[in-house]
Design a protein around this ligand. Structure first.
Ligand code: PEP
Ligand code: MN
Length: 315
């Protein structure tokens, strides 16, 4: 039996299926996209949704480069209450438009139980951020939301605590949970967090849940994203979630760690080599599921060059 058996019961699985080495059970995100199979899945996009044009440009770019999911925060969990908090409801509306226009599925974060219903209507997958990993009412609400959940590990959370947080979602009726290792807090200060590489094989061995790795928040530096991404796939991750921005130095959050479009293109090429060496492939977006509206006809009702107060226009 797994070491965690007494406290970790894998609510979503009948007891007899819990074996010492459970196979990863893929989580369906859309009809065309599952996470946890032989194909490595990449989610990419800006840290924050800053406006329509930047999100649409990001969607088209990461889609063309081979990402299967667009990431982007409308509600941002910022350490300082004075930092950019995200566009909120307007960000969700932008996300819905970009999703319709580009066809790429979207993952975004819910910070609060009151946001879950609306976010679940728009997003294909709902993210729980590191700071909310033990927000038990939020986890329970996500258990009832009908969407797959990307559950990020808290910066100081033990693996067993991450798994028990997953239990909250599953025990409330939602077995579509994907775990995310995003770095933990250690004594090291050169990096923003320390990517816990060993968590990847441990989670893969001890649970049936797919595991994504976030190399952006792990290192907190754009120059570390590629090596951490390569290491994650070599260690058995089922995919990555990567921050990519049209112009990282101007980003309203996490400017230091976001990749440029060119850097992201390079990452997609490099990870394919590691995936091949690990007898896996990179999931390619399904053309059939793409672009319900031709790009030229996308007509946003938004100020296309939305400005956040005190900042330059984000083109
Ligand atoms: C994010 O992915 O936008 C984020 C805030 O990450 P984390 O919760 O891992 O810090
Ligand atoms: Mn971020």
């Amino acid at each position: 039996m797994p070491k965690f058996a007494p406290e970790y019961i894998l609510a979503a699985l009948p007891e007899h299926q819990v074996s010492p080495l459970p196979a990863t059970r893929p989580v369906r995100v859309t009809d065309a996209l599952s996470i946890g199979g032989r194909e490595v899945v990449v989610a990419a996009g800006p840290c924050s949704i800053e406006g329509y044009d930047m999100l649409l440009a990001s969607a088209h770019h990461v889609d063309a480069a081979g990402a299967s999911l667009l990431r982007g925060g409308a509600f941002k969990p910022r350490t300082s209450p004075y930092a950019f908090q995200g566009l909120g409801e307007e960000g969700l509306e932008i996300m819905a438009q970009v999703r319709e226009c580009s066809g790429i599925p979207i993952v975004t974060e819910a910070l609060d139980t009151r946001q879950v219903e609306h976010i679940a209507q728009i997003a294909d997958m709902v993210q729980v951020g590191a700071r909310n990993m033990q927000n038990f009412p939020l986890l329970a609400e996500l258990g009832r939301c009908g969407r797959p959940v990307l559950l990020k590990r808290g910066a100081s959370a033990r693996i067993s605590e991450l798994l028990l947080a997953a239990e909250y979602i599953m025990a409330n009726g939602n077995d579509r949970v994907v775990l995310c290792e995003r770095g933990i807090r250690t004594f090291e200060t050169i990096t923003r967090n320390t990517l816990d590489i060993s968590a990847i094989p441990v989670l893969k061995r001890e649970t049936h849940l797919p595991v994504l790795v976030d190399p952006s928040h792990s290192g907190g530096r754009a120059d570390l994203v590629l090596p951490l991404a390569l290491a994650a796939i070599a260690a058995g991750a089922d995919g990555l979630i990567v921050e990519v921005h049209p112009n990282p130095p101007t980003a309203l959050s996490d400017a230091d760690q976001q990749l440029t479009f060119d850097e992201f293109d390079d990452l997609m090429v490099q990870i394919a080599h590691i995936a091949t060496a690990c007898n896996r492939t990179i999931k390619r977006p399904e053309p059939a599921s793409r672009g319900s509206i031709p790009a030229m006809e996308c007509a946003p009702q938004f100020d296309r060059r939305r400005t956040v107060p005190g900042k330059a226009a984000v083109a």
